[in-house]
Design a protein around this ligand. Structure first.
Ligand code: SAH
Length: 466
């Protein structure tokens, strides 16, 4: 994890005074979760940059955690060492504590002076809310924000974007203000605080939020995330910040997260696909819906958060996928009555299953291409012949579009587990065959930006029972 802070106010090396760290030295500090290093990659009169590198030790972290849970690998292999998170806030408080509290022995005036400062965070996770939320956090505080989003894997553009951004924040502010903003807002963006929060945390939020949080347009969301959505703590903090009304902050946060997720859905193909499928399902007025081959539950989360759906059932053959889906749904922190509408079933789509009968609609998103072609007939019979939902929304890649993916070798499929990928004509033929055999009508739409020659990257069929 790397944070740099640059100033161009001459003599720029005064930054060393303010941070209480000499520009000519490299200094290291032991922290509970690793080591922090401070050094200056540049230090001239005109321009001075201080770097804070956090070397988080994931092995030490995993060992010190009593509650091992069952995500063993994830304890060792995760993004925590590399991204700006609540670990950074702890390091700022411990390593740059006097600068954070606005002290500068012998140069008090300097600490009180707004300076031209640029903070650069090498990797910031913005899982919920993406760049719009990042901007809504920092722009009201006077920062000009530059955000560069990174793809998940440059080799596989169809995987879409990652939630990680390189972020630059520039403003003329007091150093203590910049550090306080980072201290509070970095964990808010990351939304995965590494420690349990208690009443001390309310005190910290109010202390470091002094002078700016009470008037910040996102103060409810900031407070809810900073305090890990613990209702009592959030209410107490908001009361101090002069906000008192009857809305439950948990619900407000869940609703906003969802709204942001919808906003973000514009960015990656898969998110766009899910948003399209969701809106088709919503437009049919379906109440009881299936998500067949739900995987890790991305669509389920969207369905679960819309109270118009009275029953939401996810089905997958992968127990691991279902486990992740369950965790993701839990993280939505839906109120119990909404939560109880969502069920997960372990099952294969190529077998008749009485539990899947009587539903208004079913989504089958990017699943059929994972079935062996000789098993397609069994899938058709189980879904269109036996379960027979009123509407089936089914998506699959358009193979013709593959030539537009620069990093996909000719003739290869997009995913190692795909058993086939269809052209638009092949998909239409299959859809029409299903309609004729089982009494459905179909409409086929392109999904994603359409290329004049090869069509859109993905295709969607909406089947309606006749
Ligand atoms: N619909 C999800 C996941 C797509 S990946 C999404 O859009 O994000 C394909 C999913 O289909 C995987 O989770 C896989 O486990 C599941 N799957 C593949 N064959 C299946 C079968 N025969 N029965 C049930 N699920 C199956």
């Amino acid at each position: 994890m790397l944070l740099t802070i640059t100033t161009t106010r001459s003599p720029a090396t005064d930054l060393g005074w303010l941070l209480h760290k000499h520009p000519e030295k490299v200094q290291s500090f032991a922290l509970a979760f690793g080591t922090a290093h401070v050094f200056y990659p540049e230090a001239t009169d005109e321009r001075c940059t201080a770097a804070l590198v956090l070397d988080v030790d994931p092995v030490g972290l995993a060992r010190s955690r009593r509650n091992a849970g069952n995500e063993l690998l994830a304890q060792y292999v995760n993004d925590r060492p590399y991204v700006a998170s609540s670990f950074l806030s702890v390091a700022i408080a411990q390593v740059l504590g006097s600068a954070l509290s606005g002290k500068c022995h012998g140069k008090e005036e300097l600490a009180e002076t707004p300076l031209p400062l640029t903070a650069r965070l090498a990797a910031v996770p913005c899982r919920r809310g993406g760049e719009p939320f990042l901007r809504r956090l920092f722009e009201p505080l006077g920062y000009s924000v530059t955000a560069t989003r990174h793809p998940l894997d440059a080799q596989f553009p169809e995987w879409g974007e990652s939630p990680y951004f390189t972020v630059e924040l520039a403003a003329t502010v007091r150093l203590a203000d910049l550090l306080s903003h980072l201290y509070v807002l970095v964990p808010v963006l990351d939304d995965e605080k590494h420690y349990w929060v208690n009443t001390d945390e309310v005190e910290k939020l109010l202390r470091f939020g002094e002078g700016w949080l009470a008037t910040h347009p996102e103060k409810e969301q900031i407070t809810a995330r900073y305090l890990k959505r613990q209702g009592k703590l959030v209410r107490s903090a908001l009361a101090h910040l002069g906000f008192d009304d009857d809305t439950d902050p948990d619900e407000a946060a869940a609703a906003q997260d969802l709204a942001e997720e919808r906003l973000e859905a514009k960015v990656s193909l898969h998110e766009r696909r899910l948003a399209t499928v969701l809106s088709v399902l919503q437009s049919t007025g379906a109440k009881r819906v299936l998500d067949l081959g739900c995987g890790e539950g991305k669509l389920l989360r969207l369905l679960a958060a819309d109270p118009h759906f009275t029953d939401v059932v996810g089905v997958d053959v992968s127990a691991r996928g279902l486990e992740i889906a369950r965790q993701r749904l839990d993280r939505l922190r839906l109120p119990d009555p909404l939560k109880d509408r969502v069920k997960l079933l372990h099952g294969a789509l190529t077998y008749r299953d009485a539990r899947l009968e009587g539903f208004d609609a079913a989504a089958v998103v990017e699943v059929i291409e994972h079935l062996d072609p000789p098993r397609l007939g069994a899938f058709e019979r189980a879904l269109f012949g036996c379960a027979r939902p009123g509407v089936v929304v089914l998506t699959t890649p358009n193979r013709e579009y593959n030539v537009r993916f620069e990093n996909l070798p000719a003739g290869k499929f997009r995913h190692a587990d795909h058993r086939f990928e269809w052209t638009r004509a092949e998909f239409a033929t299959w859809c029409n065959g299903v309609c004729a055999a089982f009494g459905y009508a179909v409409r086929i739409d392109p999904l994603g930006d359409t290329d004049a020659e090869v069509g859109a990257p993905s295709q969607m069929a909406v089947f309606t029972r006749q």
